[in-house]
Each structure stands twice: as C-alpha cells, then as structure tokens.
Write a protein that binds this ligand. Structure first.
Ligand code: FA5
Length: 353
C-alpha cells in the first residue's frame, strides 16, 4: 500500500507539470484529488488493512494528499501569473498616446449678457431680486395699474394657464414682463418696517412669456431685466443719470443716449431710452431703420398707485423703474440679426460667443 501511495504521488506530480491552463488544472484536481481518484480509494480501503498497518499508511496517505494540495495551489498561482503576463503583453497601455481632448463648455450668450448687466448694476449698488415666473393677473396687471379690460393689456398677449369661473378676474398666467416683481419686492421690503420702509435698489432678471407672433425681433420667451429704485427724493434726474451711465458701461464710454416720451400704465412720466446707432454713428442705416437711434429699454417714475400697492406712501417716497431685454441688447452689441437664434440651440451660432 505504501508503494502504491508513492506511485500515486509521483504520477500526479509528473502529470501536473504538463498542466498549462486552468481547465486542465481542474481536470487534474478531479483525477488526483477527487472522490474517485486512486488516492481517495486508498483512504476507502483503509478499513480492510491489518490494524497495525493502518496508522502508518494513514499518515503517509495524508502526507501525499497535503503534498498534492500544495502542488495544486502552487500550480494554480503560477497559471494566474502566466495569464496576467499574457494579458499585460496583449493589452499593453500606451501612455504616450495623446488623451481625448475635453471640449470646454461656455455660458450661453443670453447668460453672458445677463451677467454683464448684473455686474454694471452691482457696481452702482443694485442687488438681484428673484421673482416668480408664474403670476396671477392681479400681480402681472392689476396692481401695476392695468385694470381688467384695460387696452394696454393688448400689447402683452398672454399665456393663461388657469382661468375658470372660480378665479374670476384673477386668472393665473406666465408673466409677460418682470414688472410684477416690483410689487413682490416692495411688499417684502416694506414688511421689514411698515412705518419706515427701507430704500429699494434692485434689479429683477428672468424669463418672460408672451403669446407673440414670432419674428426676427420677437420671441415668445425672452429675458428681461427690471430695475427698481425707491426712496425719498428720487427724481427723473436719477433715472436718466443711472441709465445713461449703464449705456456707457455696456456699449462704450462714447455712446450717446436719449429719452423719448412713452406710455406704461405703471410709470408716470414714462419714457423709452435709445442709444445712438453705433453702426452708422447716427447718420441713419438699415440697422437703425434710418433713424440714427436704437431703442434699448422702457422706463419711468414709479406710478403713485404702484408705490402704494407696494406699501410705500407716494407722498413721502418716489422711485424710478426700467425694463430691458438682454437678448435685444446682445443683438445690438454683436449685430445678431435674428432673435430666434438664441433658443434654436444651434452650436454653430452659440460657439461664436
Ligand atoms: C415692458 O415689458 C415693461 N414692463 C418695461 C418697463 C419696466 C417699463 C419698468 C417701465 C418701467 P416692453 O413691452 O417694451 O415693456 O418690454 C421691455 C423690453 O423687453 C423691450 O425693450 C425688449 O427689449 C424686450 N422684449 C419685449 N418683448 C419682447 C419679445 N417678444 N421678444 C424679445 N424681447 C422682448
């Protein structure tokens, strides 16, 4: 039996030398260490041996088994090393290859223009006040002095999203301008100290929506930046000084501007501001439609009714407000001909800025 064990061990170790892959290694394990292997049969036959031989044969059989198990583990490790070596050879990483270039994102031209506007007004002491895009008729129109059925509403055809008999004269709509934010802001400021409401210096940027015939100058969705300054002794001179300074900082120190009388229900007096056409220098061209001037915003002194709707006593306080379209300003600065390019998402356009 001991001789048989030596033969079993030698045969197994010799055949292990030929094992070169994982599959044959598993076959080897079944053949030499599996349940019906010659070695296991020795263990099975142990009971039939004379009593005095059993410990000697048993010990040797266990040694052979351990020897084969160690050899199996070593061969298994060696095969893994070999496989890894082969993999490293075939899948070599060439670190000298140039990497894939990362394309840099950029800010949308509307965002860039908005940020320039924020920057200019921040330097003049104006803070950004955010206001909602979904409004009630009351805030979008009524508190700004547009009563129901007022003809000035027709300039701002609207997207109504909730009407119904329960809302009567106060349907819900997408805001048509940023001006309702004036009321929200004034009420918020006035609530801090109702007897002595603090001065207001804010700009209110954001998206506006109008049920508009889309053209190269009119979109259904566009940004506005509203401005509001309320305090004691604020005059039309402050309005003109602030906005002329804005125009110089935005379009260049040499730019000339003018104010034309206009009408908005929530300002009195009201005006529109033009800058001198920088394409023709004021002589008259296609861009300025031969007028020599380009309109950039609407403005005026806050109407007394609007001041009191915001919680400010019009006998003590006055203020000015303005509203401009950043996309229109970007169109002027960069000579963009069609406002539809802003939201068409065409990289050939967007990558130019
Ligand atoms: C208003 O919306 C007033 N709320 C502005 C205002 C505020 C006046 C405070 C007085 C005091 P208007 O409808 O003119 O006014 O719009 C203001 C600016 O928004 C325009 O000068 C233009 O730049 C931009 N705008 C208006 N409609 C569109 C449109 N359909 N597409 C792109 N920009 C537009």
């Amino acid at each position: 039996m001991l001789e048989q064990l030596e033969t079993i061990s030698q045969d197994a170790l010799a055949s292990l030398k030929d094992v070169q892959d994982e599959e044959s290694l598993q076959r080897w394990r079944v053949a030499h260490l599996g349940r019906s292997s010659p070695l296991m049969q020795v263990f099975d036959r142990m009971g039939s041996l004379p009593k005095e031989e059993r410990p000697v044969v048993g010990r040797r059989a266990n040694e052979v088994k351990q020897g084969l198990e160690v050899a199996y583990t070593q061969q298994s490790e060696a095969l893994k090393e070999l496989a890894l070596g082969r993999l490293l050879q075939t899948e070599r990483l060439d670190v000298t290859l140039p990497g894939r270039a990362l394309s840099h994102g950029r800010l949308h031209i509307a965002t860039q223009t908005l940020r320039q506007i924020y920057q200019i007004f921040a330097e003049m002491g104006f803070q950004v006040f955010r206001s909602r895009e979904v409004e009630t008729d009351e805030f979008n129109f009524q508190l700004l002095n547009f009563p129901p059925n007022h003809p000035a509403r027709e300039m701002q055809d609207s997207f109504y999203i909730q009407t119904g008999s329960d809302r009567g004269d106060d349907p819900v709509l997408l805001r048509t301008h940023t001006s309702p934010g004036q009321i929200h802001a004034m009420r918020q400021y006035a609530a801090m100290d109702p007897d002595n409401p603090p001065p207001v210096r804010i700009i209110l940027p954001g998206m506006c929506f109008r049920y508009e015939q889309v053209t190269h100058r009119h979109e259904m969705q566009f940004n506005q930046v509203e401005g509001l300054a309320v305090g004691e002794h604020i005059t039309m001179g402050d309005l003109k000084g602030t906005l002329s300074d804005f125009a110089r900082r935005m379009f260049g120190q040499g730019v000339r501007s003018r104010f034309r009388a206009s009408h908005f229900p929530f300002t009195e007096p009201s005006a529109e501001m033009d800058i001198e056409c920088f394409v023709c220098g004021g002589v008259g061209c296609q861009v300025c439609k031969k007028s020599g001037w380009l309109e950039i915003l609407g403005c005026g002194m806050v109407h007394p009714v609007v001041l009191s709707n915001g919680g400010y006593d019009p006998l003590r306080y006055s203020g000015f407000a303005f509203g401009m379209g950043p996309e229109r300003i970007a169109m002027l600065r960069y000579r963009i001909e069609d406002i539809r390019s802003f939201w068409a998402n065409d990289l050939r356009f967007l990558e130019q800025f």
